[in-house]
Design a protein around this ligand. Structure first.
Ligand code: HEC
Ligand code: HEC
Length: 296
């Protein structure tokens, strides 16, 4: 081909690329303008309640779930008064809600149905889908445990903290609205009319469910990856994996000490072992026994 011929072909390719880009930009703009986003949509959720116990044992059970298994403290802070959970130039700043009765907290005005809607449906009191809350795991909480959690939050010492809103960048919002950032808004994936799922009968399966292990280790726990950027692969936890030979004591040591089987420290940003290490021996044994019974 002559040089002018080559130039003409290149110009055509450039033109076609520009047209495609313009079309893509127009499609994205239309999608953002007219498609109801999972983030800003209103979710209609029937009001439901559970019994909220008042006895100290049940409140202690709620505290245990919040700090160790369901790990609310990881995101909402050790005093559950909200904290800066992430700060990223691309994503923005994530100040989590204050769950106490203090200034800026929700517990003083939240009624039981508000708690149930947040934890079973992933919907806030304003009808918006809550971002980042792992509600597909909390949905499986039994009525008794959900009631115990609510009782515990109501009993918490008030924390004054009014800086409790997510401040996402326009880029992060657009990525979520386009559905490119995964299931960040769990409310969009839940059938709010259906009855809540029945909690697993097996104690270990129940703890794995509400502890959210499958969130990172994969739906069949044979390995996966969490959402945190830069996270290493979360290994296979079934008997097919290397844990079979290691045994229960090594497993409990790993969960309590935050170390992998080869003795490496696990970064708590990638796995919330600082919460899980507070699980009782009995609970960790139940988790181990369940993992060993999985087919892998
Ligand atoms: C992975 C982080 C994470 C974990 C774990 C987590 N939360 Fe949240 N939670 C959030 C974020 C972020 C928001 C704010 C979402 C929004 O504004 O869209 C939130 C919102 C809430 C709200 C709604 C508050 C409102 O303004 O209406 C409640 C209630 C709540 N969380 C309770 C809990 C409880 C109880 C647990 C433990 C069982 C828990 N959260 C665990 C991140 C988390
Ligand atoms: C937020 C993501 C996340 C969650 C939730 C999570 N893990 Fe992990 N887990 C990881 C990652 C990532 C690693 C690997 C860390 C490394 O290699 O540094 C890991 C490592 C482990 C290890 C050590 C594995 C090995 O082969 O050495 C065990 C045991 C473990 N997790 C058990 C659990 C259990 C049980 C649960 C639920 C109660 C759970 N994890 C929940 C992300 C997670």
């Amino acid at each position: 081909m002559t040089q002018t011929g080559v130039r003409r072909v290149l110009r055509r390719i450039g033109f076609a690329a520009a047209v495609l880009l313009a079309l893509a930009a127009a499609a994205i703009a239309l999608r953002l303008a007219f498609w109801p986003s999972a983030r800003t949509r209103h979710y209609d959720v029937p009001r439901a309640t559970v019994d909220v116990p008042v006895d100290p044992a049940a409140i202690a059970r709620g505290g245990h779930l919040a700090a160790s298994v369901a790990a609310c403290t990881i995101c909402h802070g050790d005093d559950l008064g909200g904290r800066l959970a992430f700060d990223d130039p691309l994503l923005g700043q994530g100040y989590t809600p204050n769950l106490t009765r203090g200034r800026g907290g929700i517990a003083a005005s939240y009624d039981v149905a508000d708690w149930v809607r947040a934890l079973r449906d992933g919907v806030g009191r304003d009808g918006r889908g809550l971002l980042f809350m792992p509600v597909d795991h909390y949905r499986h909480l039994s009525d008794a445990d959900l009631g115990a959690l609510i009782a515990y939050f109501r009993s918490l010492p008030p924390v004054d903290n009014e800086r409790t809103a997510l401040a996402l960048t326009p880029i992060a919002k657009a990525l979520i609205d386009l559905g490119l950032s995964g299931d960040v808004v769990r409310a969009a994936t839940i059938d709010h009319r259906a009855p809540p799922p029945r909690p697993p009968r097996d104690a270990g399966a129940y703890l794995v469910e509400i502890g959210g292990c499958t969130f990172c280790h994969g739906t069949s726990l044979t390995g996966g990856r969490g959402l945190e950027p830069g996270a290493p692969r979360a290994p296979d936890l079934t008997r097919r994996g290397r844990w079979r030979q290691a045994g229960e004591a090594a497993f409990i040591a790993a969960m309590r000490g935050g170390v992998t089987l080869d003795g490496r420290a696990i970064d708590p940003r990638y796995m919330p072992w600082q919460a899980y290490r507070r699980m009782t021996d009995e609970e960790l044994r139940a988790v181990w026994s369940y993992l060993q019974r999985l087919p892998g």
